[in-house]
Ligand binder design. Structure first.
Ligand SMILES: [Zn+2]
Length: 253
């Protein structure tokens, strides 16, 4: 048993007993960690508000090197997620960030600067920045850091370069294949969607940007298509429909 320290964001908390929670934390140094927080449901909890959903804290936990849950021994609040006081949309976007981290990351695996990206996204939502671009940046950079970025120039099936005049005014993306498809590979591919060139260029812009850059604005005309594409890629990767996407309809306009 080793006592570990890190900074972490709470991405789930479920009652464990009358007095305890099992919390899932997305930590800076260890990735996703699930731990029992004993006494956290008591009126005078030793953890106070540090285990609220999306709160950021300094944590200390005991890592068990077997199948049993880790034990959270300390959590000291650094910052609360305040978007619930602004409006529902940024709040849902914050919950969506948590759902993505739960669905797509592995326990005890640090992924690049994903913690910093999640932290920045929550801060930017709290600051009232435009949610559509923040969600898009988070999704695209998450895919990039996980090594699942769709291909935008090379055919996802054969690997050949796809000429732009071959793609024409509409680009065909293979969701299951994982990116753009050339004419030769199109027949027989399942789950292919057509998108307009502007949508395609927006995807590329977000994919090639740095994770810490302020995202460029997305033209409202293409937002619906963008949400459609991102939802398809992500649900294909997660192998299920993510619940919070139903609450993000407003991002399409
Ligand atoms: Zn091909």
């Amino acid at each position: 048993m080793i006592s570990e320290k890190s900074e972490a964001i709470v991405i789930r908390a479920v009652p464990w007993s009358e007095t305890s929670f099992v919390v899932t934390l997305f930590s800076k140094d260890f990735g996703k960690v699930s731990a029992v927080a004993k006494g956290a449901r008591r009126l005078r909890s030793p953890f106070e508000t540090s285990l609220d959903l999306l709160a950021k804290s300094h944590i200390v936990f005991i890592h068990k090197n077997n199948d049993t849950l880790d034990i959270l021994t300390e959590a000291k609040l650094i910052r609360r997620f305040r978007s619930s006081q602004i409006a529902l949309l940024p709040l849902y976007c914050g919950y969506y960030v948590a759902e993505l981290l739960l669905a797509l990351t592995e326990d005890h695996q640090k992924v690049g600067e994903l913690y910093e990206l999640a932290d920045l996204t929550l801060q930017d939502l709290d600051a009232g920045k435009s949610p559509a671009e923040l969600v898009m940046r988070f999704e695209m950079q998450l895919l990039k850091m996980l090594g699942h970025l769709p291909t935008f120039h090379l055919c996802a099936s054969c690997g050949n370069h796809v000429e732009s005049d071959e793609a024409g005014e509409e680009t065909r993306l293979g969701i299951a294949a994982g990116g753009i498809l050339c004419q030769n590979c199109l027949p027989g591919q399942r789950f292919v969607i057509r998108i307009r060139d502007q949508t395609f260029q927006t995807l590329i812009r977000f994919a090639t940007a740095e994770w810490h850059q302020d995202p460029a604005a997305i033209d409202s005309e293409y937002r619906g298509e963008i949400r459609f594409v991102m939802e398809k890629f992500i649900s294909n990767l997660a192998d299920r429909h993510l619940r919070l996407t139903d609450f993000l309809e407003e991002l399409k306009y």
